[in-house]
Design a binder for this molecule. Sequence first.
Ligand SMILES: Cc1cc2nc3c(=O)[nH]c(=O)nc-3n(C[C@H](O)[C@H](O)[C@H](O)COP(=O)(O)OP(=O)(O)OC[C@H]3O[C@@H](n4cnc5c(N)ncnc54)[C@H](O)[C@@H]3O)c2cc1C
Length: 374
Amino acid sequence: MPALRGRVPEFLSPELTALRDRVAALASGELAALRDDATLSPADRAARVRAACKAAGLYHLTQAEDTPELTLLVVRETLALHNTSHLPGVLGAGAGVLAGVGEPLRSSHLLPVLAGDKRAGFAFTESADAPRPTWAVPEGDTLVVNGSKSYVTGGAQADFLAALVDVEGQGPSMVIIDTDAPGVSISRHFGSMDGSQHAAFRFESVRVPRHHAIGAPGDGRGRALAKISAVRRAVAADCVGSAGWIIGLLAEELRRPRRSGLVLAASERIRLRYGDLRIRAYAARSAVYRAARLADAGHDAVNETIAAKVLASEIAGEIADAAIQLLGGEALVTGHPLEAQFRRLRSLRLAEGETDTLRVNLARGHLDLGKGSI
Ligand SMILES: Cc1cc2nc3c(=O)[nH]c(=O)nc-3n(C[C@H](O)[C@H](O)[C@H](O)COP(=O)(O)OP(=O)(O)OC[C@H]3O[C@@H](n4cnc5c(N)ncnc54)[C@H](O)[C@@H]3O)c2cc1C
């Protein structure tokens, strides 16, 4: 069936195949050059990456509310297959929990985020030592917020936080808290091994307009989880693309004669390990594509997304680890692309849902709620 050659493996439409090829050309050309240009400052690199991705029509895909999950997956996976998915400025900040909000939040927060004029932080994780989850007491037209949040990525640069807050008498809500509001302070700045920066926040009697609570009273956890589900699919796409990139690099290195003349690819032991890595990558990639298709078909794909995120992040981590082991000490030298990938992929097993917690959530989804498919 020659007509199907090239698109059978992912069953992509001709349009998606063309998009994938365009992204691959951009990633392997202009984006790879910007990534590797050591003379650029981080800000200049981000600006040039953003300009290139806007010109190529990629940047806004994450901002449009109707971009299919499969399209986003193809784009993210292809960027990662060329080791460019982590570049700041590739894809625009999406609406997140602000999706579909009405006025005045639409003009004051949503539109400035989409235009790049304001930055948002996602404040879900509670501080480990918090006596109770962040809460708010309604007082007339305001909510009075107290508590703390930890691990807000990009928190120091955020103009506002989308925070999960337990509103007394109503239940959990996603509440927009401006970071310059009186009573908001940063209690800790820290970085994680993947290179990202985070902040922990304290809220002391912060007065927030009541219309900053998004959606119906009490539906905050659902809203947060819908956003997290989309982000989990994004993480999974990044992981399977990164796994593919590592496997490609590994194959190249295994075929290359070493100093001693030895070609690792000639070894049965190495082939066994390499074959196993490809089998795992295949399983993870299949799961990630299926979760995207289920979400596009309108299924409640929360559990399948969990399965895809766990598989993809765990397997990508194993592949990075095994690749370093097979290639030896050089792959651990600071600045080697595998060393950087290993650190990045390690953090994705915790970010957007830690693996064991997700396993338990998925079991609950089926055993208690009858949800999820295999
Ligand atoms: C790079 C990075 C970026 C992040 N960005 C953000 C962000 O922007 N906003 C945000 O809110 N958070 C963010 N996080 C935090 C992340 O979501 C949490 O670290 C993660 O959800 C785990 O929560 P925790 O650290 O509080 O660990 P805990 O919830 O305290 O869990 C500790 C351990 O206990 C076990 N455990 C806990 N609960 C269960 C359970 N129900 N079932 C089984 N085992 C369980 C698990 O093994 C787990 O690893 C980020 C984390 C990382 C690494």
